[in-house]
Design a protein around this ligand. Sequence first.
Ligand code: UT7
Length: 337
Amino acid sequence: MEKKIKAVINGIGGYVPEAILDNEELSRMVDTSDEWIMSRIGIKTRHVLGERRGSAYMGIKAVQDLIDKTSLDTKDVDLLICCTTTPSFVFPSNASLICGALGITSAYGYDLAAACSGFIFGLDTCATMIESGKYKKIILVCSEKMTAITNYEDRNTCPLFGDGAAAVLIEPTTEDLGVVDSILRIDGLGKENLHLKAGGSLHPASIETVTNKEHYIYQEGQAVFKRAVSDMSRVAEEILVKNKMTSEDVTWLVPHQANIRIIDAVAKRINLSKEKTLVNIEHYGNTSAASIPLCLWDYESRLRKGDVIVLAAFGAGFAWGSMIIKWGYNIEDTKKN
Ligand code: UT7
C-alpha cells in the first residue's frame, strides 16, 4: 500500500531589521514606562525597518536566509506564498516582488492576508497543496512591517508592535512527520474591536483620513485580550482531544506572540509548563503573521526531529486557530550546519 504524503517543514530562515526601539525610547515618545510595558505586555524591544523599505524587503532577506541554509535551488520552487497584512504595495504582491528579487522563475505565488493567524492559515494551505501531490517545494514566508501602521502618539497600541520576517520550506514526506492536523476559524465579529479604518477600497487615502490618523491600527485591547485567551485555549484543547493527545504528548507550544499574559494563560489552560512554551515576545513584540515562524527560527537549534509542536494564533477578523505539527529535522543534519 502506498504511504500517505504529508507536508513537512524542512528548513527555516528569518530576518529582523537592525534598528531597535526600546521601552526607554518609547517612554520619551508617549506617557508610558518600561515597568508598565513589561508587566502588562512583556515586551522590552522591537525591531524597526525604517521609512525607506517595505515588508517585501524583509521577506526577501528571510527567504535568502532559508535558501542559504537549505541550499535550495530556486528553480525547484513551485509556489511561494507570502502572509502579510502590511504588503509593500497593494499590488503587485509581496510574493511577486520576492520571487523577482531572488530569481524564483518557475513558480507562481500570491499574498495571503490573515493578520496574526497568517502563518497557520498559510501552513494549512501549503500542507493541502503538498498532500495533493501536485507541489514538491513550497516557500511560506511571513513578513510584516507593523511599525508602518502603528501610531506613535497612541500609548495603547505603540508598545505592542514590531517588524520582522521568517520563511519556511515545505516539502512532501512519507515519514511520520509534518503537519498532523489543523482547526482554523474566522468569524468577522472582531471588526469593531480591531481594524485599520482607512486605506482600503471603502475609505481610500484622502487628506481627511490622514488628518484623522485613520491609517493606524485601531484596537480595543481588553475585548481582544479576552477573546484571544478564550479562543486560542479552546481551539488548542480541541485539537489535542481530536487527535487523542494530552499535554504529556506535546513537546512545545508555540503561540502567537502578542502579550506574555495571553501566552501564559493559554499555556496554563492546556496544562503546559513554561519550559515547554516557546517565547520571544520580549525581543520582537507582536510581528503579526511573522511571530510564530520567528519563534521557530529563534529556537530552531532546540527543536528535534519528531518533536510534537502545538501552534496557536489569534488576530484581526477575528481569525484564529491551532495546528499540530511534527518537526522535520535536527539542525545538525541540514546541509550547511
Ligand atoms: O495580535 C493581535 C491581537 N492583539 C492582542 O492580542 C492584544 C490584546 N490586548 C492586550 O494585549 C492588552 O489589552 C493591552 C496590552 C493592549 C492593554 O493592556 P490592558 O491591561 O488591557 O490595559 P487597558 O487597556 O485596560 O488599560 C489599563 C490602564 C488604562 O488606564 P486607566 O484608564 O485605568 O487609568 C490605560 O490608559 O493602562 C493605561 N495604559 C497605559 N499606561 C501606561 C494603556 N496603555 C498604557 C501604556 N503605558 N503604554
